[in-house]
Ligand binder design. Structure first.
Ligand code: CTP
Length: 487
C-alpha cells in the first residue's frame, strides 16, 4: 500500500475532471467527495475503474450542472428512483475511451429484515460513509476547492488497509443483515486483495450466512466469479467454507470436504486438493472457465466413493459422473449454458486421461485418441492435468511429471505429423456405398471404424490410398464384393 499525503493526493487527482467537479460543487454551495473503490484503489495501486462521488445535497443537481459545463461531449443519465446520476465523457483513462462518474446524494438508510430495499433519507457525509460495506471502502477525498485532496477517514480504513484487514464500519451484524450480498463481497475482497477478515466480522459472517438466501443468484455468481478470478482463489473458497456460506451457495463443492478413515486407511480431502489444483491453474491462466474446470474436476468424487476391502477407497468413474453434474450446476448457478459449459464438461470428463496414459506406456494410439477427443482444448486439458498432480510423494510426483513430458512430446510430434485435432476419416460412407453398390447399413460404420483404428494405431498411413486398400481388404473379410465397372 502506498502512503499518500495531501500533496500527493492532489497530484494523483490531476485529471481536469476532479477540479471541474469541485468547481461545480462550489458554485452550487454543496460539499462533494470522491468515495468508495476509486479511493481504495489509489492507495492499493490497483487500476481504478468508475469514479463515485457523494454530494452532501443533490447528486442529480451537481451532475446536471457539470453536464451544462461540459456540453455535448458529456452524456448524462438520471435515475430519479435511486437519486443518482451518471455522467460519461471522453477520456483516455476510462474503458472504451470514456470515463463514467456516478453522483449520489449523501444518504442515511435503514433496511427492513426481508428485503434489500432500503428506506432512504438525506444524511450527512458520516451517515453515508457509515452505511458502506467495509472500512477500506468508506474513505472519502474532498473535491471542493478549499479542501481539495483532503482525506476523510472516519473508520480507520487506512489502518485496516495497512494491516490487510477487511472490517465493517458499523457492527458487522448490521452491515451484513442490511445487505447480505456484502458477505460475498467480504470474501471476494479477502480473496482479491489477499486480506484477512477481521475476527468479529468473520463471526458475523457465520451468524448471518443463512440470509444469503434472499440474494439473487445473478449477484451471487458475479461475486463467485470474481473469487475464481482472484490471484489465489483458494483464499476465497476457504473463507466461504469457514463462514458457512459454501454449503448454501455451492453444496456440491462443500460435499468434497472431509476425510474418512477405515481400517487405518484415509482418502485425501478432496476439497483442499481441488483448491490446490485451482491455485495451480490460476498461476498459469486467467481463463475463467479453465478455472471452473479445475474447480469442478473432482466434483463427482463424493457420488463415486466406495470402500473396497482390497483396494481401499476408490472413486471409479468420478470423471464421468462429474461431467454429468456440470450442466445442472451451471444451470443453478446461472453460469452460461453455451459452448463454455461444453468446454468445462469436456475437461472434467477427460481429466483422468493424460494421467492414465502417463501412468502406463505412452503409445502413439493412446495419445492420438486423446488428441482427437480433446481437439482444440488439448493444451488446456494438459495444463489442468499437470495442475492435478499434487502428490506430496516427491518420487511419485517426479515420475508423473516425467511421463507428462513424454506425453507432451508425443503430442507435439503427432500434431506435426498428422494434425489429429482436425482429423477426418479419408474414407467416407458415400465412397463405401458407391464401391459396393449398397445402401445405408451397419457395415458402413464398421468399415469406417476399422479404417480409423488402423490409422490411429499406426498400422497404416493416414492417406486415402492406404485407407482404401485396407477398407477393401476388410470388406472382403465381411463378404462384400466391389462392383465391377460393367455393373
Ligand atoms: N457498497 C456497499 N455495499 C454494497 C455494494 C457497494 O456499501 N453491497 C459501496 C462501497 O463503498 C463500494 C461502493 O459502494 O466501495 C461502490 O461499489 P462497487 O462499485 O460495487 O464496488 P467497488 O468497491 O468499487 O469495487 P469493485 O469495482 O471491485 O466491485
Amino acid at each position: 500500500m502506498r502512503d499518500i499525503g495531501r500533496e500527493q493526493m492532489r497530484e494523483l487527482l490531476s485529471a481536469p475532471v476532479f477540479r471541474q467537479i469541485g468547481g461545480a460543487a462550489d458554485e452550487l454551495g454543496v460539499e462533494c467527495f470522491l468515495v468508495g473503490g476509486y479511493v481504495r484503489d489509489l492507495f492499493l495501486e490497483r487500476p481504478s475503474k468508475d469514479i463515485d462521488c457523494v454530494v452532501v445535497g443533490s447528486g442529480i443537481a451537481l451532475a446536471q450542472a457539470l453536464k451544462a459545463k461540459m456540453g455535448r461531449k458529456a452524456h448524462l443519465s438520471v435515475f430519479r428512483n435511486f437519486g443518482t446520476a451518471q455522467l460519461t465523457f471522453p477520456s483516455s483513462a476510462g474503458e472504451n475511451g470514456r470515463q463514467a462518474v456516478e453522483f449520489v446524494g449523501a444518504r442515511r438508510e435503514s433496511y427492513s429484515r426481508d428485503s434489500r430495499k432500503p428506506i432512504v433519507e438525506d444524511g450527512t457525509l458520516e451517515d453515508d460513509l457509515s452505511r458502506r460495506d467495509f472500512t477500506i471502502n468508506a474513505l472519502a477525498v474532498c473535491l471542493n476547492h478549499d479542501r481539495f485532496g483532503e482525506l476523510v477517514d472516519l473508520f480507520e480504513g487506512l489502518l485496516d488497509m495497512e494491516d490487510g484487514l477487511i472490517a465493517t464500519p458499523l457492527d458487522p451484524d448490521t452491515t451484513f443483515s442490511d445487505d447480505p450480498l456484502r458477505m460475498m463481497r467480504c470474501v471476494r475482497f479477502a480473496s482479491q486483495l489477499r486480506f484477512r477478515i477481521e475476527d468479529e466480522t468473520q463471526e458475523a459472517l457465520v451468524r448471518n450466512a443463512e440470509r444469503i438466501k434472499i440474494i439473487s443468484q445473478e449477484r451471487i455468481i458475479d461475486e463467485l466469479n470474481k473469487i475464481v478470478l482472484s490471484p489465489r482463489p483458494s483464499i476465497g473458497f476457504v473463507e466461504l467454507s469457514r463462514a458457512g456460506l459454501l454449503p448454501l451457495i455451492f453444496p456440491e463443492l462443500a460435499a468434497l470436504e472431509g476425510v474418512e478413515v477405515r481400517n487405518g486407511r484415509a482418502h485425501k480431502d478432496n476439497f483442499y486438493h481441488t483448491l490446490e489444483v485451482l491455485d495451480n491453474v490460476a498461476q498459469r491462466s486467467d481463463d475463467l472457465y479453465l478455472r471452473w474446470a479445475a474447480l469442478l474436476h473432482d466434483i463427482g468424487k463424493p457420488r463415486s466413493k466406495r470402500w473396497e476391502p482390497q483396494a481401499g477407497w476408490t472413486f471409479k468413474n468420478h470423471n464421468y459422473i462429474g461431467q454429468k453434474m456440470v450442466a445442472p450446476i451451471f444451470r443453478r448457478l446461472k453460469l452460461p449454458l453455451d459452448e463454455r459449459l461444453h468446454y468445462v464438461e469436456k475437461l472434467v470428463g477427460l481429466h483422468m486421461r493424460p494421467i492414465a496414459i502417463a501412468d502406463e506406456e505412452v503409445t502413439d494410439s493412446a495419445v492420438r485418441r486423446l488428441l482427437f477427443e480433446a481437439g482444440e482444448d488439448i493444451d488446456d486439458l494438459m495444463m489442468l492435468c499437470e495442475a492435478d498432480i499434487t502428490s506430496k510423494n516427491a518420487e511419485r510426483k517426479h515420475r508423473f511429471l516425467e511421463n507428462f513430458r513424454l506425453v507432451r512430446e508425443k503430442l507435439a510430434d503427432l500434431q506435426a505429423r498428422d494434425n489429429y485435432r482436425t482429423w477426418t476419416n479419408p474414407i467416407t460412407g458415400e465412397e463405401i456405398m458407391q464401391t459396393f453398390g449398397i445402401g445405408p447399413c451397419r457395415q458402413i460404420g464398421d468399415l469406417k471404424q476399422a479404417v480409423k483404428d488402423a490409422i490411429w494405431e499406426s498400422r497404416i498411413p493416414n492417406t486415402h490410398e492406404a485407407a482404401r486398400a485396407y477398407m477393401l481388404e476388410k470388406a472382403g473379410e465381411m463378404g462384400l464384393e466391389p462392383l465391377t465397372p460393367t455393373d
